[in-house]
Write a protein that binds this ligand. Sequence first.
Ligand code: NAD
Ligand code: IPM
Ligand code: MN
Length: 355
Amino acid sequence: MATHKIAVIAGDGIGKEVVPAGIEVIEAAGRRFGIDFQWTAFDWSCERFAKTGEMMPKDGLDQLRPFDSIFLGAVGWPGVPDHVSLWGLLIPIRRGFDQYANVRPVRLFEGVQCPLAGRKPGEIDFYVVRENTEGEYSAAGGRMFEGTDREFVVQEAVFTRQGVDRILKYAFDMARTRQRKHVTSATKSNGIIHTMPFWDERFAAMKERYSDVTTDQFHIDILTAHFVRNPHWFDVVVGSNLFGDILSDLGPAVVGSIGIAPSGNINPERAHPSMFEPVHGSAPDIAGKGIANPIGQVWSGAMMLEHLGHKEAADAVVRAIAVVLAGGGPKTPDLGGNGGTRDLTRAIVEAVKAA
Ligand code: NAD
Ligand code: IPM
Ligand code: MN
């Protein structure tokens, strides 16, 4: 029996509610498909920061390195500034383990009410592939003359040829595995910024190597409009760190709820562990109420299963999610129901046994 060592960082807020739900479903899939997991919990969080002044220990990455994957909930809580909690935990893991491909599926499921009129399940089914280690999220910059009237802040966006090429290649390779084989580039080369004409050049060069893949590109401003008006156009959408971040909240909102959206922070070379987490955050407004939608976390677990080589088990989990959403069973309030996290989790576990 395959055994996988998984590091679990539930983190903050609803992370602590949806991570156990995710583990429960992945365990059920493991029992069905003969996969064994060893889960090791780390209490790294804003709560830990309040006690120790650190989000994670100094050797945190070394502690995570031996694991096959990292299963994360959410990071960030009122009282600790986001730039402190996120630069103290989430971002160092993404960068330290070179998880440069942030893969975020967007799918309209049967049984989920789409805020767009007349859209049918199957019509919206695409991936946002987000660059995850550089771009607008660079560490270069800072604040000067704080508190004085000369105060200013600078943020440098860093786009390296290697960094851009590898995420574009990832997107084109992914498109090749899909039926439509289409890549859309999110750009802003009409703006007065240096980075995006460079991004376009690299996109054009990469496209030359994939004659079987069709492409288009849109400036990010109109692209957000097309996500709403024409989501059926998209297959694989590749974007920089910030553009990809925005598109990957918009996509799930367009198909019903941010609560169902999963992500994989992937190191494609497998030199380091990859990390799987929902797209959403710690949701302080609903934390502790037992009503968080666990599907984003559960689906992230399915992506982890696939990454670990268990495609059949991963497909069964996604099928179970689809069956539960399509059926008349419990739904959390973000999906218009009045069920809780536990009810929805239990229904998915039952569906996994049959999926
Ligand atoms: P958020 O995703 O936490 O919440 C946005 C809205 O969506 C809220 O109304 C929330 O109730 C709802 N929502 C989110 N997940 C849900 C779920 N599973 N079920 C039902 N409703 C859900 O975004 P935010 O409010 O901008 O951020 C809150 C905190 O989380 C901040 O500290 C932020 O930095 C952090 N954050 C962390 C991550 C991460 O760890 N990857 C991602 C996004 C935000
Ligand atoms: C996400 C989140 C993070 C990001 C924040 C919390 C740093 O919004 O995972 O999408 O911007 O990458
Ligand atoms: Mn985000």
